[in-house]
Design a protein around this ligand. Structure first.
Ligand SMILES: [Ca+2]
Length: 440
C-alpha cells in the first residue's frame, strides 16, 4: 500500500512537471537571417505541443518591417492576438532592404498589425506583462540584440509597477536565455548579438566590434538579477577554429512544405538575392537558444551554470565558476545532426487551428483607488496550445484598448458612472463572455 501511494505521488509529481508550461517572452531581430523565423516556427509548434505559452514577441531592429513580419508569422500560426512589441528607442526607423525576408513578409502576408507605428513599445510591454506575472514565472529568450532588455533593466517604476526594471526582473523572471557570446572551454570572442569583436576582424569582415551593442551587453551581464544563460555562437552555428562544434543545419526539408508556408518562404526570400536556389538550409543559432530555454538540457546540451560571465571591450567572453552570479552557458552534448533533426521536426509541425473555445470571463473586478486602477482575477484558458494573452476593454460599448495583464490603469476617458466591459482574449483572438463594471 505504502509503495502504491509513493508510486501515485511520483506519477502526480512527474505529471505536474510535464505540465509545467514555460511562459516565454521572445525578443528577436527578424531581418537578415531567417533563423529567427525558424525559431518562431519552433516556438509556435512547442506552444501547440503544450510545452510553452508565448506571452509576447518583441523586435529589436531598426527596420519598419520587422515588427510587421512578426505579426504576419503569428497570424499564419493562427495566434494573431499575441502582442507584438518593437524597440522605439532608435532615432528613426528605416525601410528594410529587399534582401531581408521581413521586407517581403510584411508585403505579402496578412497581419493584424497594420503599421509599425502601432507596435507596442517593447520596454512598456515587458513591464506590463511582468507586473501582472506570478513571481519567477517568466522565461525571457533574447535572440536579437539587447536593446529592449537593456532599457528594461534601466527603466524606473511606472504606472504598471512601482518596481524599477532590475527589481521587476529579479522578482518575476525565472531565467534569461540569450543567443550570444562564445564559450568554448568557457571563453571565446563574440561574433553576433553581443557586439562582435575587433580581434575577429582579422578573420572575417562581419564580426567587427559594434561598441554600442558591446556596452549594452556588458551592462546587461553585470546587472541582470536573474539566472542568465548564453547559447553562444558555437552552439548553433560553428567555430572557425574547432571543427567539432560545426553548424547545426536545419531547413533541409522546407521545400516539402506548401509553397506559401511562411517558414519556407522566409528562407527562400533570404536566398533570393544570395545566389542559392536549391539548398535553403541554414545554421540554427536562435533555435538552439529556444530549444534549451523550453526543454532544458534534455540529452542535447550541457549547461555550465552558477558562475560569472564577463564581456570585455573587445568582445572577449569569459566564464568564471569561482564566483556564483547565476550565469552560465551551454554546449552541445551530442552530435550536431541529431540536435538538428529534433529542431527541424519542431520547426516543421502542422499548424494548429484557431482555438474557438473562449477563455473564462474575468472575475472579481475591484477598484484599487490608492493605485488608481482596476484589478481582477486572471482568466484561464484550458485548451491545449492556447492561453490568455490579455483583456479587451470596452467603454460604453466602444472598443477602447487591450491590456496585457489583469490591471487597467485609469484614463481621462473614465469619469464617474463610466460603464466598462472586460473580455479575456485567447492567443487566437477569441473573446470570453463579458464582465461588467461601473465606475462609481
Ligand atoms: Ca536573431
Amino acid at each position: 500500500m505504502k509503495y502504491f501511494i509513493s508510486l501515485l505521488l511520483l506519477l502526480f509529481s512527474t505529471h505536474s512537471i510535464l505540465n509545467a508550461q514555460k511562459k516565454i517572452i521572445l525578443d528577436t531581430d527578424p531581418s537578415a537571417d531567417p533563423d529567427d523565423v525558424g525559431c518562431m516556427a519552433m516556438l509556435h509548434n512547442m506552444a501547440t505541443n503544450g510545452e510553452c505559452e508565448i506571452l509576447a514577441i518583441i523586435n529589436s531592429t531598426h527596420y519598419k518591417q520587422s515588427s510587421l513580419s512578426i505579426s504576419a508569422i503569428n497570424e499564419f500560426y493562427n495566434r494573431k492576438a499575441i502582442p507584438v512589441g518593437d524597440y522605439k528607442g532608435y532615432k528613426a526607423k528605416i525601410e528594410s532592404p529587399k534582401e531581408n525576408y521581413d521586407y517581403h513578409l510584411a508585403r505579402v502576408y496578412p497581419r493584424s498589425l497594420m503599421s509599425w507605428i502601432d507596435a507596442i513599445d517593447g520596454v512598456s510591454l515587458y513591464r506590463e506583462i511582468l507586473a501582472s506575472a506570478d513571481d519567477t514565472s517568466i522565461t525571457i529568450v533574447i535572440i536579437g540584440t539587447m536593446h529592449n532588455f537593456y532599457d528594461l533593466l534601466k527603466s524606473e517604476g511606472d504606472q504598471f509597477s512601482s518596481l524599477n526594471g532590475i527589481e521587476l526582473v529579479r522578482r518575476k523572471v525565472q531565467q534569461v536565455v540569450t543567443m550570444g557570446g562564445n564559450f568554448i572551454d568557457g571563453k571565446g570572442f563574440d561574433r553576433t548579438n553581443w557586439g562582435g569583436s575587433e580581434t575577429l576582424c582579422n578573420y572575417t569582415n562581419w564580426s567587427c566590434l559594434n561598441t554600442e551593442r558591446n556596452q549594452m551587453c556588458q551592462y546587461v551581464i553585470e546587472h541582470c538579477p536573474s539566472p542568465f544563460i548564453a547559447s553562444g555562437w558555437e552552439v548553433g552555428c560553428g567555430d572557425y577554429y574547432n571543427a567539432n562544434y560545426g553548424n547545426v543545419i536545419t531547413g533541409q526539408n522546407l521545400r516539402t512544405l506548401d509553397s506559401t508556408h511562411v517558414l519556407r518562404r522566409s528562407y527562400e526570400y533570404h536566398f533570393l538575392t544570395r545566389g542559392e536556389t536549391e539548398n535553403i538550409s541554414r545554421h540554427s543559432n536562435d533555435q538552439c537558444a529556444l530549444h534549451y530555454a523550453v526543454r532544458g538540457e534534455s540529452n542535447n546540451y550541457t549547461a555550465f551554470t552558477n558562475g560569472k560571465i564577463t564581456l570585455s571591450e573587445d568582445g572577449a567572453c569569459n566564464w568564471d565558476n569561482s564566483i556564483n552570479m547565476f550565469q552560465g552557458y551551454i554546449q552541445k552534448s551530442r552530435d550536431k545532426d541529431s540536435i538538428a533533426r529534433e529542431i527541424e521536426s519542431l520547426m516543421m509541425m502542422n499548424i494548429q487551428e484557431v482555438n474557438l473555445i473562449p477563455p473564462s470571463q474575468p472575475k472579481n473586478i475591484v477598484l484599487d483607488r490608492k493605485n488608481n486602477k482596476l484589478i481582477w482575477d486572471k482568466s484561464v484558458d484550458k485548451s491545449k496550445g492556447s492561453w490568455v494573452v490579455g483583456y479587451n476593454i470596452y467603454i460604453e460599448d466602444h472598443y477602447f484598448k487591450m491590456v496585457y495583464g489583469n490591471q487597467l490603469l485609469f484614463d481621462d476617458l473614465m469619469t464617474k458612472d463610466t460603464n466598462l466591459v472586460l473580455k479575456a482574449v485567447n492567443s487566437s483572438g477569441i473573446e470570453s463572455e463579458a464582465s461588467f463594471f461601473t465606475l462609481k
